[in-house]
Structure formats: C-alpha cells, structure tokens
Design a protein around this ligand. Structure first.
Ligand code: GTP
Length: 326
C-alpha cells in the first residue's frame, strides 16, 4: 500500500518549505516520490526539492485537479509501476482546490493500492484575512477539506492575531488539527504524528458528503451557493514567466522586486519566484510574497528563470521590467 500525502495551501504559504523539512528530517530513509504541480509553465519548486535527492515528478502549467487531471493520473500510475514507493507526496499548485485534488485521487480507482494519509493545508497567518476576502473560493476550499492545518510565520504573530485566525478557521473546519507552533520549533516527527492521527470523519465519508452536497446544489438552480460561482484557477489567476541567460545584479533584482511590490501597474502580484545569475559565477534564488522578499545564494542552474503569479497581470510591462538593462 502506498501512502498519499497531500500538502496544499495558497500561493507562498510555505508548502515547499514544509515538504523540505519532512524530507530532510524524516523521509530520507523512505522510498518517497514527490509530485510537484506548478500553475506556471516554468517550474521552480521541483528543482528545489530535487536537491534533496528524492525522485520528483513535475506537472507544470496548470492544476492537477483540472487542466492536468489526465497527466496526473498517468504520472501516478507510472510512479507506482516504476518506483513502488512507500509514500507519494503531492504538492498541488497554490491555486488548486483540495476537494478537486481529492476527487482526482478517488477517480484513479486505486483503492487497495493507494491510501490517502496526511491531508495538510499550510496557511500564512498574516495573509489569512486578505486571502479569505479576495480568493475565498480557493482559500476556503483548501481549509475545509484539510485534516491538518499548519499555520506558517507564527513566530512573528501576536497572540491575539493567532487566536483570531484559529477561531475563524474553526468555523470553516471544526475537525482539523491546527498547528500553531512555529515550524522551526517542531520536529518533523511531531508534525507527522499529528497529521497521521485518525481523522474524526473518514476521508471516504468526507468525499461522499462533498459529492452529495455538490449534487444537491447543482440540481437546485436558483440557490445562491458557491457551486454556481465555481471557477477554475485559469479563470481567476494569471501567470507570466521567462527563461533567461541574462546576468542581473543583486541590487537590480532587489529594485525589480520592490517595483513589483509598489507599482500597481504590474497587476495584483501574489507570488514571484525564480533562479537568476547575478555575476559571472554566482546565482540567487528569489522568493517574493506580498510584503516579504528573500534572496539567497544558490549553486548555478542550467538557465535563469522567473515565474510571476497574480491577477490582472500586465505581462508586457513585466517583460520589459525583467529585460531592461537597468
Ligand atoms: N518566516 C517564515 N517564512 C516562511 C515560512 N514558511 C514559508 N516561508 C517563506 O515563504 C516563502 C514561500 O515559501 P514556499 O515554501 O516556497 O511556499 P509555497 O507554498 O511552496 O509557495 P508556492 O510556490 O507559491 O506554491 C519562502 O521565502 C519561505 O522561506 C514560515 O513559517 N516563516
């Protein structure tokens, strides 16, 4: 039996960070395969995870729960046949709906071969309110169907903020375990022990209820239920990316990221990430989430690449920004 662990969460929540921790501290001795799904065409997280020496299958340019559902099925079957892993960790794109990923797993019809195990959603405690208000359809879905919710960035959060977010999450999902301790203070085995606990409601029951609820509401054409406003990620979010051999400077990269943060003309930028060369021998990885930029030295990569995700993106302006010499 292969365990399936799903690590869901909105853009920049901390999914890859959590998976890296689990791999480094706990799963290095297990036969694990990761299925990494990026909404953008240009994969970034797959490269980061491959550095841990684990087999990573990348499914980019869409969501495994909608546009890439056929590729997802094919990949899972190939992975099981070729690697016979003990565990498959799935990282859906930040704009994927957890209910749809679960349905895609159910549709594989591999009961007896696959067992849904950890069902984690990572939630950035500081972005909770703004994402709930603006992207509720995706954000709530990831929370509602999780068995374990891990709050990220809690080390910097005041107690009242933490409590407010936990109380609000409880209204969406009263059964999930909620982890509020900063991830750095926890050992991977503690996180796994919580996430592998038996859920109060079995997953099969949860999926049955979910399908039934959707059927009732789709039959009822006049009711004002979220079903009638069901969107796919492609309808709401946009992505822009490029591959480049251009050499930047760290200062130039910092000023680009500052422009993304401050200039509304680029659109509503929710996530930026990439690997870029910054002088003849040095490379950096950059990570941008609103209000937060990290630029770290990394080893050289085969080419530079950038991925930007957001709403109403001005792609021409982004193109000019990254191609400009200064
Ligand atoms: N301080 C702090 N930073 C965090 C935490 N979790 C994630 N980050 C940072 O947030 C940024 C995004 O983290 P990722 O792990 O790449 O997030 P993701 O959910 O995989 O993002 P997507 O690629 O958009 O799906 C990185 O710079 C992380 O270092 C946390 O708990 N505390």
């Amino acid at each position: 039996m292969t365990k399936i662990d799903i690590v869901s969460g909105f853009l920049g929540a901390g999914k890859t960070t959590l998976i890296k921790k689990l791999l480094e501290e706990k799963f290095s001795t297990e036969k694990v395969v990761i299925i990494e799904n990026e909404f953008g065409e240009i994969g970034i997280d797959g490269s980061l995870l491959k550095k841990s020496g684990i087999e990573v299958k990348e499914l980019n340019s869409g969501c495994i729960c909608c546009t890439l559902v056929g590729d997802f099925e094919k990949t899972i079957r190939e992975v099981i046949y070729k690697f016979k892993p003990e565990r498959i960790i799935i990282e859906p794109s930040g704009v994927g709906k957890l209910s749809e990923v679960l349905k895609a797993c159910e549709a594989l019809g591999l009961k007896g071969t696959l067992q849904i195990n950890m069902l984690i959603t990572v939630v950035d405690v500081f972005k909770y309110e703004i994402y709930l208000a603006n992207f509720g359809e995706f954000f709530q879905n990831q929370i509602k169907y999780a068995r374990t919710i891990i709050l990220s960035r809690t080390q910097k959060a005041p107690q009242e903020k933490l409590e407010k977010v936990v109380n609000s999450i409880r209204k969406l999902n009263d059964k999930a375990n909620i982890v509020t301790t900063p991830l750095e203070s926890l050992k991977a085995e503690q996180i796994i022990a919580v996430a592998e606990q038996d859920a109060t409601v079995s997953l099969e029951e949860q999926i049955k209820k979910m399908i039934l609820k959707e059927k009732i509401h789709s039959d009822c054409c006049k009711c004002d239920y979220e079903h009638q406003h069901h969107h796919s990620a492609d309808e709401v979010f946009e992505v822009w990316g490029m591959e480049t051999s251009k050499i930047f400077t760290e200062a130039r990269l910092k000023s680009i990221v500052a422009m993304l943060e401050n200039d509304d003309d680029f659109g509503f930028i929710l996530r930026g990430k990439g690997f870029l060369q910054v002088d003849s021998r040095s490379w950096v990885q950059f990570d941008y989430v609103p209000g937060e930029t990290k630029i770290m030295r990394v080893s050289p990569d085969y080419t530079g690449r950038v991925c930007i995700i957001g709403k109403n993106l001005n792609k021409n302006k982004l193109e000019r920004l990254f191609h400009a010499t200064a």
